[in-house]
Design a protein around this ligand. Structure first.
Ligand code: HEC
Ligand code: HEC
Length: 384
């Protein structure tokens, strides 16, 4: 028999090949996945609110920067459970992501408090001054709640257990905060083991320790605890505003949102006379469950935590650890030896920067084009 390459044979032949490929690499794996993969041990269906939050997550392209899968080699980064196919049972499509500009979020649920997420979505630089994540303050309040519910649900039943723990401690911490500064400080310290409460800072508060403490404070703490340590940084204010809103008008009820103790005012510690280093170390290492205070043990090495403990004690509490006196700490050298120009701009700029003389008489449109520091962009445009 002779096979002729007629137009009909060519078209039908290529269609057969095309559909065979589609069945083999698209349809078959999808059916096979449905038949083979069972829900994993941590799987549970999402609530309606979490599904709405997931839609907001997709709309805003969160998956371009955040992955949702843990590989065996990610154990090095403190991840506790490797992803399994059954974790994604209900996901159409699974938001695996391929970039990790930000941390993997598949285990995010319950790691942080709802108030932390609120402040962070409002502006990530309020909780982490050098974050590159864009702000989402323009989302409506219900959208913020839905997005938070979704993120707090990542990690299935493990996340639910952690969120339940967060909520239990949140209510206790809020009650203590409402009881006033002295009772709150006592409550906080009652949960710190006594050996840590009685430990002085093993590192002398010398200029080097103060410099490192200053660095840590600027990059990790100032957003919440504020430039003068009174808990009124921009992230602290976000949490206070959220509390006011929740008290005036409680949340939708679909998810358990409630007010949270705002960031601590360190100056309250000046009326407390125990040794100071170990207590701060313990709180910074472990964080305070139920509040936005994060655990820093996976991010800051021990030396850095002792340094920031010295920095807090000397600058905000007026205390000099390791039995030193004020004059020994400040002998000839003020702690602020880091030039102000190297500090995150957001928190150091108290007044608008003066305009250079060339622009002093310019119109507002011309100034805007010139950018915040008054330096004209190359080519006269806005540089894009
Ligand atoms: C341009 C990349 C980028 C985009 C887009 C982005 N993020 Fe992020 N995200 C980051 C980076 C970087 C961090 C780490 C620094 C920080 O905490 O802000 C982060 C941190 C986070 C964290 C904290 C993780 C942790 O426990 O430390 C959460 C939660 C989060 N992002 C959620 C979101 C959500 C939800 C969206 C979409 C609405 C989003 N991100 C969009 C880059 C991004
Ligand atoms: C996202 C906000 C946030 C950030 C960032 C943050 N904190 Fe906190 N911090 C809190 C909150 C909230 C509390 C608990 C307040 C309460 O329950 O009254 C707290 C409590 C504390 C306490 C406990 C004080 C005591 O007497 O028990 C210490 C110490 C502390 N923070 C130090 C730090 C340091 C150091 C950093 C940076 C490395 C930091 N915090 C970053 C929000 C934050």
């Amino acid at each position: 028999m002779k096979f002729n390459m007629t137009p009909a044979a060519t078209i039908i032949g290529s269609l057969v090949v095309f559909f065979t490929i589609v069945v083999m690499i698209v349809i078959f794996p999808a059916i096979e996945y449905r038949l083979r993969v069972q829900p994993s041990d941590i799987f549970r269906p999402r609530t309606a609110q979490m599904n709405r939050g997931r839609a907001i997550y997709i709309e805003n392209g969160c998956q371009y920067c955040h992955s949702q899968y843990v590989r065996p080699q990610d154990g090095d980064y403190g991840q506790d459970r490797v992803a399994q196919a059954g974790d994604y049972f209900e996901d159409q499509p699974p938001l695996l992501g391929s970039e990790r500009q930000g941390p993997d979020l598949s285990r995010e649920g319950g790691l942080r408090s709802d108030g932390w997420h609120w402040a962070h979505f409002t502006n990530p630089r309020h909780t982490r001054p050098d974050s590159i994540m864009p702000p989402f303050h323009w989302l409506s309040v219900p959208d913020m709640e839905d997005l938070t519910a979704y993120v707090q649900g990542l990690g299935g039943t493990d996340a639910d257990a952690r969120v339940a723990q967060q909520h239990r401690w949140r209510d206790a911490a809020w009650e203590a905060y409402e009881a006033g500064p002295t009772a709150n400080t006592e409550w906080l310290h009652a949960h710190v083991p006594s050996e840590w409460m009685e430990m002085a800072n093993p590192y002398v508060a010398d200029a080097r320790s103060m410099d490192r403490g200053h660095f840590v404070y600027q990059h990790f703490c100032i957003g919440c605890h504020g430039p003068v340590g009174d808990g009124r940084g921009p992230g602290g204010l976000d949490i206070l505003r959220r509390n006011e809103m929740l008290i005036a008008e409680p949340a939708s009820g679909e998810y358990d949102f409630a007010p949270e103790a705002p960031p601590y005012n360190f100056t309250y510690l000046s009326s407390w006379d125990g040794p100071i280093g170990g207590m701060i170390y313990y709180q910074v290492m472990n964080g305070i469950t139920g509040t936005s205070m994060p655990a820093f043990k996976t991010e800051l090495e021990s030396d850095m935590i002792w340094a920031v403990a010295n920095y807090l004690a000397v600058n905000f509490v007026g205390r000099y650890g390791a039995g030193q006196s004020e004059s020994e700490v400040f002998r000839g050298q003020l702690p602020r030896t880091i030039p102000p120009s190297s500090e995150p701009h957001l928190f150091t700029q108290t007044a608008p920067m003066p305009l250079p003389e060339v622009l002093a008489g310019a119109s507002s449109a011309e100034r805007r084009r010139a950018g915040p520091a008054g330096v004209p962009a190359p080519g006269g445009g806005d540089g894009r």
